[in-house]
Design a protein. Structure first.
Length: 195
């Protein structure tokens, strides 16, 4: 869903002083074959939080050659029980391929209908643009999912950190009323997300 391109490619200049709907291009004379290849072969570090998962992005910030091409990928690694927590992508539909493990994939529509399935090697899922979704490793070994997006920068809104980890924090009176719980519950969740 990114805008159409008027050129073959536009390898991003992340340091340019101007930005028009993101990044301008480096000069074509500075483009090398290696710009068009990116390594997602390495397992991400999954033990940095209790989620036991890790997302390695190949978006425009990491893979400069996809600038303006309306496409990108992630590699998601899952240790045992690992969770890629509920989140949404404001700018892209997501399609994913399970490369290893048994992965529960779920999403919720704007009508509050929950769809889910456990997928294994070679199976594919789609998450319509903007809908909240997650993946969880429900098997007895590690899991790998490769996801793709129809945007070079899909963006990610993680439900937990957006509401309970913003800086400055969202006021408790908003969160207690929205979730129908008291301050202690809100403070406890906030303390886990640094807000
Ligand atoms: C998975 O949901 C991802 O965003 O890579
Ligand atoms: Mn996603």
């Amino acid at each position: 869903v990114d805008p159409d391109s008027l050129q073959d490619f536009c390898v991003a200049d992340l340091n340019a002083s101007i930005s028009i709907n993101e990044f301008p291009c480096i000069p074509a004379s500075k483009v090398n074959a290696s710009d068009f290849f990116f390594d997602l072969s390495k397992e991400g570090v999954t033990n940095t939080s209790n989620l036991n998962s890790s997302v390695t992005p190949a978006n425009v910030l990491a893979f400069l050659a996809i600038n303006t091409l309306g496409i990108s990928m992630n590699r998601v690694d899952f240790d045992l029980g690992g969770l890629n927590p509920p989140h949404s992508h404001p700018r892209a539909t997501e399609m994913g391929l399970v490369a290893e493990g048994s992965i529960l994939v779920g999403f919720v529509t704007t009508s509050n209908v929950y769809y889910s399935k456990v997928l294994t090697l070679g199976e594919v899922f789609v998450i319509p643009r903007g809908l909240v979704h997650f993946q969880k490793n429900v098997g007895n070994k590690k899991g790998i999912v490769f996801t793709s997006f129809n945007s070079h920068m899909p963006g990610v809104v993680i439900a937990s950190t957006t509401l309970f980890g913003s800086q400055p924090p969202m006021p408790n009176e908003v969160l207690t009323q929205a979730f129908q719980v008291d301050d202690a519950v809100v403070n406890s969740i906030k303390s886990k997300f640094g807000s």
